[in-house]
Design a protein around this ligand. Structure first.
Ligand SMILES: C[S@@+](CC[C@H](N)C(=O)[O-])C[C@H]1O[C@@H](n2cnc3c(N)ncnc32)[C@H](O)[C@@H]1O
Length: 292
């Protein structure tokens, strides 16, 4: 995609491919809050003066901190793990075991990037004991995302980072903030399930808390945009918001490589005074994206 910045991580549910749908819906503001930052695709492709990027996955935030604080050294060290000798099952499982026992933040950050690019499908999954358990990915030549790391390093000075639950981030929003929420999806069906990014999963009560917080923030003058599957449950969760839908193609990995068209929902909780004001500059205008 011309003019856009690709995230350096593979991330299930990442929004890079649907930025053109999302960015135009984001109102202007001083600071972007992303309580479910994942691969940071939205942050990287909007130009708010400041951003508060948070996620419940501490390994993800630890990696971003390492890249933010010493990007050049990080790139130089990480590159040494992207060679054919490290792309073998025995090496992968040794690095994975090391990741699961080491506490040094720098080493964990390096290994987390390695695991993301060498593990199966870029999945991020932990067992009940909190150990990363994604199998070897068997890629011919895993890509070292040097240009993408450089993009993150360039954008990072305007970001503040925290590993925390979305309720803490949304609860601390202030006037001038714009919130983009991309939670784990509601299930498409009663039997569908999705990758665990964190140990606890994301419950129906979490989905309700998020919708309630979005309403509360809008009532306090802070706009909130939420992404989810377009299902009857999601529509009833977001009742009262401005809704948009668009088709996406996604792979349902547990059943092999089946790809299905699904509908994505965007729910915009707008403060009452926003509608009355002159239309604000949108996130898309800020970065020059066109609507697709
Ligand atoms: C769909 S992904 C976000 C993808 C992101 N928008 C992107 O473009 O890559 C959902 C994210 O929510 C995070 N998450 C799960 N439960 C959470 C919680 N209770 N609070 C905050 N983040 C959570 C996961 O770690 C994951 O990164």
């Amino acid at each position: 995609m011309a003019g856009t910045m690709r995230p350096f991580l593979k991330w299930p549910g990442g929004k890079y491919r649907v930025l053109q749908r999302i960015a135009p819906r984001l109102p202007a503001g001083r600071r972007l809050l992303e309580p479910f930052v994942g691969s940071a695709a939205v942050f990287l492709n909007t130009q708010y003066a400041a951003a508060w990027l948070t996620d419940a996955n501490p390994d993800l935030i630890n990696l971003y901190r390492a890249v933010q604080s010493d990007g050049d050294a990080f790139v130089a060290c990480a590159r040494t793990l992207f060679t054919p000798e490290h792309n073998r099952p025995d090496r992968y499982y040794a690095h994975r075991a090391r990741f699961n026992q080491v506490s040094d933040p720098w080493e964990r950050a390096l290994l987390f990037l390695y695991l993301n690019r060498h593990g199966y499908n870029g999945l991020c999954r932990y067992n009940a004991a909190g150990l990363f358990n994604v199998p070897f990915g068997r890629y011919l030549r895993p890509y070292f995302p040097e240009a993408e790391l450089a993009g993150f390093i360039a954008a990072a000075p305007r970001a503040q980072l925290a590993a925390q639950d979305f309720r803490a981030t949304m609860g601390a929003a202030v006037a001038g903030d714009v919130v983009y929420c991309d939670p784990p999806y509601v299930p498409l069906s009663a039997t569908a399930n999705f990758t665990d990014y964190t140990r606890g999963g994301f419950s129906p009560q979490d989905q309700r808390d998020l919708a309630d917080l979005a309403r509360t923030l809008a009532a306090r003058g802070i706009p909130v945009l939420v992404s989810n599957h377009d299902t009857p449950d999601a529509r009833s969760l977001y009742a009262g918001a401005h809704l948009d839908r668009f088709p996406v193609r996604r792979s349902i990995s547990c059943a092999g490589q089946r790809r299905e068209a699904a509908q994505e929902l965007l729910a915009l909780f707008l403060p009452a005074n926003f509608a009355a004001e002159a239309p604000p500059r949108t996130g898309a205008e800020l970065v020059g994206l066109t609507t697709g």
